[in-house]
Design a protein around this ligand. Structure first.
Ligand SMILES: Nc1ncnc2c1ncn2[C@@H]1O[C@H](COP(=O)(O)OP(=O)(O)OP(=O)(O)O)[C@@H](O)[C@H]1O
Ligand SMILES: Nc1ncnc2c1ncn2[C@@H]1O[C@H](COP(=O)(O)OP(=O)(O)OP(=O)(O)O)[C@@H](O)[C@H]1O
Ligand SMILES: [Mg+2]
Ligand SMILES: [Mg+2]
Lengths: 228, 228
C-alpha cells in the first residue's frame, strides 16, 4: 500500500532550514495497524502530512497503491485524498461556526453524494463517536474532547481505505479513548482499513500490531509484536 | 483565594439549554496545587473559564482574592485577569502568523512593560519550556507539542498569582510532560503560585496535592493526599 523511500521534508524559516523529516523509508501493507511514537518536535506530524498527500516531499519517493504520489498534480492529489484517505488532524481543523453534521458531511460533497444521504451518513458517524445528542452544535460550541471526536467522524465518513490519526485521543478521558480506539480496531479487523496512529501514550500504541519510533526526523525503531 | 458558591453556567444552542456547570461550590487557598479530572464534556473547561474570569456565571457567586468577580465590569475583569491569572487554553489560542516571542510578550504590553524588557522576559520563558531555538518561528510553524509549550510560556510570563492550565500536556511526550509539570511544581513550591490543572492523565494529576472530579457538570469528589 505505502512505499516511501528516503523521504525528506525541509521547512524554511527566514534563512534557517529545518529538516523535519530526514531520509525516512517505510513500507506499509494494506490492512496493517501501525503506531508512530516519538518526542515532541521529532517529525511525526510532518511525516503524517506526507503520508496523507497533504504536503509534498522535499526529496525521495512515495508510492501509494502503486501510484507515484510525488509526481501527481495538485488536482490528482486532492482526488486521491478525498477518495482513499481519512485524516484526523492534531488540531482538528474543523469549521468553527458550522454545525458538526455539516462539518462531517463536507468530504461527501466532493464525492458527489446527495444531500439527504450526506446528512444521514454524517449523523450516523457522529452517533458512533458518542455525539448523537450534539448534532446541531457548531464545532466551537463543544468541549475539546467532543471536537476531537468530530474530527474522527469526519475522517471516517468517506469510508477511506486508509485512516491517518494524529494523536486522536489527546483530549479524551480513558473511557472515551477506549471507545475511539475500539472503533479503529473494529474498522481495521472487520473492514480491512489500514490504520496509522501517532500517539504519545503507550496504552494507545498498544492497539497497534506494529510500532515505529521517530527521533529527530528519523525512524529509529520498527517492531511488530504483541498488542493490547 | 477562590470562593465559588453554587456556580451555574448554562449555554443555549437554538432552543436547547445546556447546563454545563450545575451548582458547583469550591474553595481554594493561596498556594494550593489542585487537579481537576472528569469525562469529556463534563464541564471542566467551562468551569476553568469561570475561574479565570473569562466567562460570567449564569448564577452563583465567585469571590477571588476577596473581590466579588460576578459583580465586576468587563474592564475590571480584563485587568484582574492580566495582573493575577495565567491561563493555558486547551486549544492554545495563539496568534498563528506572529512569532512566538511576540505571542508570549503580548500580556506584558497590557502591563506597560517596555519593549526590550518584554522581549527579554518572553525569550527567557520560552527557553524554560525548551523552545529557545525556535524563537523566530510563527506559532503555525511549530509542532503541536511546541505550540502547547508556547501557550504555557505565555501564561507564565506575567508572573501570575494563579495558574490555570487546561490539559497542558495533551500533546506532549512523557519526557516533555515531566519537564512542564516539574516547572509547575517549582513555581508552586518556590514562588507560591496557586496551580489548577485539568487533566485526563492520572500521572499528571499525581503532581497535585488535592484532586477534585467533575461528572455531568457537578463536583463529585474532593480528596487531598499523597502525590507523586
Ligand atoms: N459554547 C458552547 N455552547 C454550547 N454548549 C457548549 C459550549 N461549550 C461547551 N458546551 C457544552 O458544555 C459541556 C461541557 O463542556 P466543557 O468544554 O466544559 O467540557 P470538558 O469537561 O472540558 O470536556 P473535555 O474533557 O472534552 O475538554 C459539553 O457537553 C459541551 O457540549
Ligand atoms: N510550518 C513549519 N515551518 C517551520 N518549521 C516547522 C513547521 N512545522 C513544523 N516545523 C518544525 O518541524 C519539526 C517537526 O515538527 P512536527 O510537527 O512534525 O513534530 P511532531 O513530532 O508532530 O511533534 P508533536 O509531538 O509536538 O506534535 C519541529 O521541530 C517543528 O518546529
Ligand atoms: Mg505533531
Ligand atoms: Mg475541556
Amino acid at each position: 500500500l505505502i512505499d516511501i523511500r528516503e523521504a525528506w521534508k525541509t521547512y524554511q524559516v527566514g534563512e534557517v532550514l529545518i529538516p523535519a523529516v530526514r531520509g525516512v523509508s517505510l513500507t506499509v501493507s494494506a490492512g496493517e495497524f501501525l503506531a508512530i511514537t516519538g518526542p515532541s518536535g521529532s517529525g511525526k506530524s510532518t511525516f503524517m502530512h506526507l503520508l496523507g498527500c497533504l504536503d509534498r516531499l522535499s526529496s525521495g519517493s512515495y508510492g501509494f497503491e502503486g501510484r507515484r504520489v510525488h509526481e501527481l498534480s495538485r488536482r490528482e492529489l486532492a482526488r486521491l485524498r478525498n477518495q482513499r484517505i481519512g485524516f484526523v488532524f492534531q488540531s482538528f481543523n474543523l469549521l468553527a461556526r458550522t454545525t458538526i453534521v455539516d462539518n462531517v458531511a463536507l468530504p461527501l460533497i466532493y464525492q458527489g453524494v446527495r444531500r439527504a444521504e450526506r446528512r444521514r451518513r454524517a449523523a450516523e458517524m457522529l452517533e458512533r463517536v458518542g455525539l448523537g445528542d450534539r448534532l446541531r452544535h457548531h464545532s466551537n460550541q463543544l468541549s475539546g474532547g467532543q471536537q476531537q471526536r468530530v474530527a474522527v467522524a469526519r475522517a471516517l465518513v468517506t469510508r477511506p481505505g486508509m485512516l491517518l490519526a494524529d494523536e486522536p485521543t489527546g483530549n479524551l478521558d480513558s473511557k472515551t479513548s477506549t471507545e475511539i480506539m475500539g472503533l479503529f480496531r473494529t474498522l481495521n479487523e472487520q473492514d480491512g482499513i489500514t490504520v496509522v496512529v501517532v500517539t504519545h501514550e503507550a496504552d494507545i500504541a498498544a492497539y497497534a500490531r506494529r510500532h515505529v519510533a521517530f527521533r529527530d526526523g528519523q525512524l529509529v525503531q520498527d517492531r511488530s509484536g504483541a498488542s493490547a
